[in-house]
Design a protein around this ligand. Structure first.
Ligand code: SAH
Length: 437
């Protein structure tokens, strides 16, 4: 087995939990390992640190597989890891009919992504080591889940960094191009061939459900039923209210029910419509779906139609930044706005630009919100920390002069776990805010 020795001190972040080694951290390579080989990573003094996949040219030179010295990393090892991944989902999630079965490093399987959509598995192998073991992985996945139809979505640009060709299409069995899944009350069609990434962004599943819940409970239900709004407590007879004009009736004043008005929702960066569809299912009167991809907006409208919400959905193909800007000129406000943009920063060098981009979006959304309105704002930029994002939100709120409160701060669900010691793997943030007035 080949071995790499790290430069002095470079084992520290690895020991703290980071699951990869950068090329510039390597002091010496012993035994001429090939790309995709399993190697040992040692510190400068030769002490064992981890067992990893090796890559001869990628900037990420080694990806950790095991931290147990002497553990054999062969077929049995990969089987055990795959079974553990499936066990986590089966035990932890209420519904495994649409979930991420394997999430790469977080499942100790660097580069392997497997999503389940009903009776189809969608697979990505983003490292040379995993790509070389794809057949064995598929045998185990099929035996474990009982699913025999497998679709490959190895058409992302990350494969190029590992020197792997881009491929897409049926891999095993006879997977259809489109498959239906349920997400709470919403039925979605996942386009395995043309959808973005694996066809559907499963990492936002629980956040979409939470958003739908908030729209229903905070915006829709009080408007439909005035009784849901509790009357104010009786006034203190000795207080200023005692100075009521003579003849005014005693007791608390009747609370007029709030006017029944249609709740308006803006789903920006909607992709196939997930957030907005849950708002429609919750009873929203009107949802605008905005995305720069025409195919995405079409899919969102098709989803609205098929779920019986057709008359309440409006599609807008365009740049969400421009759309938000032009909406500011309109007099009407929005009861809820979703911002779920793609990653604005991939590395630290892009952080400043990302901060400005997020702030611009959030500031505009805050300006558009009605009093009591909800803002569901997300980031999937790995280098953007919770602290940075919260600071950006506070600045945006201050600049608009609005008082915003935090109802929920949510991350990724348990089928997309992150690793401690590797902040980048906890990439997803979803903040649910409300305009106080
Ligand atoms: N909210 C979606 C996922 C959004 S992914 C869901 O729950 O499924 C990000 C989306 O942003 C993609 O669909 C992409 O097409 C879109 N996008 C990227 N840049 C954009 C821009 N400048 N304006 C509008 N949409 C954009």
């Amino acid at each position: 087995m080949g071995r790499i020795r790290l430069r002095p001190g470079r084992q520290r972040s690895l020991l703290a939990g980071r699951p990869w080694v950068y090329r510039n951290e390597i002091g010496e390579v012993e035994g001429d390992p090939a790309t995709g080989d399993v190697i040992v990573v040692a510190d400068a003094r030769g002490r064992y640190v981890a067992t990893a996949f090796y890559h001869r040219t990628s900037m990420l030179a080694a990806r950790v597989l095991s931290r147990r010295e002497g553990e054999e990393v062969g077929t049995d090892f990969f089987r055990r890891r795959l079974l553990a991944a499936w066990a986590l989902r089966s035990r932890f999630l209420d519904d495994v009919s649409a979930c991420r079965v394997v999430f790469a490093e977080a499942d100790g399987l660097p580069g392997l992504i497997v999503d389940r959509f009903d009776r189809v598995l969608v697979v990505q192998t983003l490292t040379a080591g995993m790509d070389a073991r794809l057949d064995m992985v598929l045998d185990t996945l099929t035996a474990m889940t009982g699913i025999t139809d497998v679709y490959e979505r190895n058409d992302g640009p990350v494969r190029r960094l590992e020197g792997l060709p881009e491929r897409r299409g049926p891999l095993r069995g006879h997977p259809p191009d489109r498959v239906d899944v349920r997400e709470g009350a919403v039925r979605l069609t996942v386009d395995l061939a043309r959808g973005q990434k694996t066809g559907h962004f499963l990492d936002q599943r629980d956040n979409r459900l939470a958003f739908g819940r908030a729209v229903r409970r905070l915006l829709v239900e009080p408007a439909l039923d005035g009784a849901a709004v509790p009357p104010p407590p009786p006034r203190d007879p000795g207080g200023p209210a005692a100075a009521a004009p003579p003849g005014a009736c005693a007791g608390p004043p009747a609370v007029p029910p709030p006017p029944a008005r249609a709740v308006r929702v803006l789903d920006a960066f909607c992709n196939t419509g997930g957030f907005g569809l849950h708002a429609l299912a919750a009873g929203a009167g009107e949802v605008w779906f905005v995305d720069s991809s025409e195919a995405a907006v079409e899919a969102a409208l098709e989803h609205a139609e098929r779920n019986g919400f057709g008359g309440r959905a409006v599609g807008r193909v365009g740049n969400a930044f421009d759309e938000l800007r032009s909406l500011e000129a309109e007099p009407r406000s929005w009861d809820a706005i979703v911002l779920d943009p793609p990653a604005f920063a991939r590395g630290r060098a892009q952080l400043d630009g990302a901060f400005r981009g997020y702030k611009d979006l959030n500031l505009r959304a805050m300006r558009l919100l009605a009093p009591g309105g909800l803002l569901c704002t997300c980031s999937c930029s790995q280098p953007v920390t919770w602290e940075m994002f919260s600071a950006m939100l506070a600045e945006a709120a201050a600049d608009t002069g609005r008082s915003m409160r935090v109802l929920e701060r949510r991350g990724a669900p348990a089928d997309h776990p992150g690793l401690l010691g590797a902040e980048e793997t906890q990439y997803l943030q979803c903040h649910l805010l409300q305009a106080v007035d």
